[in-house]
Design a binder for this molecule. Structure first.
Ligand SMILES: [Zn+2]
Ligand SMILES: [Zn+2]
Length: 285
């Protein structure tokens, strides 16, 4: 068994309709790579309900340039209703396709109640929790590279770590995604241990799992997260998921053999996925 626990139906920059036919393309790609099931985890900011409930959060950042960049990005990415998304994924599940209903939820500090209300009406299998922003600084978005030039790397890592810690402690997500995505564009501090400790301590409080994400290999030649964090998660007794973070069918299951080897090197013999928000483990092959 092998589950790709983080897959998007839409690439950034385009909005192919989220249809049963599109889901079937992903399932075919999964089958070709020996992937038994996929968790469809579209971004929170794809949904108009989320935009309505959360828009303007970026204005809490004192820098109007950053705020307007994030506002523009969120506006551009809205592609439909979460109700329609849930319906088509449920339809795929009913048709017997090996898919699960998930979402990649941005952790926005101070918005926990709004996020909870947004999630409440639907029967999610899996909720991924992500931090893509420190204030309105898009830490993994190349459009914000100029901001990295102005900031102290250790400070950004520490601020990001505090947000990941808070997300873990909130229990709102089943999995913490791409845990050290900050390294994506090469911004790494001398000591990454404080981030690893912050993430694992937050996750341990609620038993939140940690994701091994092969998009890191495509972006910066290293899986998210680095090995010391995998080892620390293992020592702490946390579960892991394996994920491609594909945004198009060709990347479904991409390098999951490398993720499996990374998990093993960190001490794991089992990976997990979630059904109805309950964790299910399977042996690494
Ligand atoms: Zn993400
Ligand atoms: Zn993602």
């Amino acid at each position: 068994m092998l589950v790709d626990a983080h897959v998007h139906l839409q690439p950034h920059g385009s909005k192919p309709p989220m249809t049963l036919a599109r889901i079937e393309e992903y399932v075919r790609a999964a089958e070709e790579r020996g992937v038994s099931a996929i968790c469809l985890t579209e971004h929170l900011f794809r949904f108009e309900e989320a935009f309505r409930a959360l828009h303007g959060w970026w204005d809490a950042d004192p820098d109007p340039r950053l705020a307007s960049m994030v506002g523009g990005y969120w506006q551009d990415h809205v592609s439909g209703s979460v109700t329609d998304y849930v319906r088509v994924v449920e339809q795929a599940k009913s048709a017997g396709l090996p898919v699960y209903l998930g979402i990649e939820m941005d952790w926005l500090p101070g918005k926990g109640d709004v996020l909870l209300d947004f999630l409440a009406p639907y029967d999610w299998d899996i909720v991924l929790g992500s931090v893509h922003y420190v204030g309105a600084f898009g830490i993994d978005d190349p459009a914000f590279l100029f901001e990295w030039e102005k900031r102290d790397i250790t400070t950004v890592w520490s601020e990001y770590g505090a947000l990941m810690h808070e997300l873990g402690e909130s229990g709102l997500a089943d999995v913490l995604t791409h845990p050290d995505v900050l390294k994506k564009q090469g911004h790494r501090p001398a000591d990454e241990t404080p981030l690893h400790a912050a993430i694992v301590d937050g996750a341990v409080a609620t038993g939140t799992a940690i994701e091994l994400n092969t998009n890191g290999l495509r972006r910066c030649d290293e899986i998210f997260p680095a090995m010391p964090l995998v080892e620390r998660a293992h020592s702490a007794g946390l579960a892991i998921t394996l994920a491609s973070d594909a945004h198009e069918p060709k990347y479904v299951g991409h390098e999951l053999d490398a993720a499996t080897a990374w998990a093993r090197a960190g001490g794991f013999t089992e990976a997990s996925y979630f059904v109805g928000r309950q964790r299910r483990g399977y042996e690494l092959e």
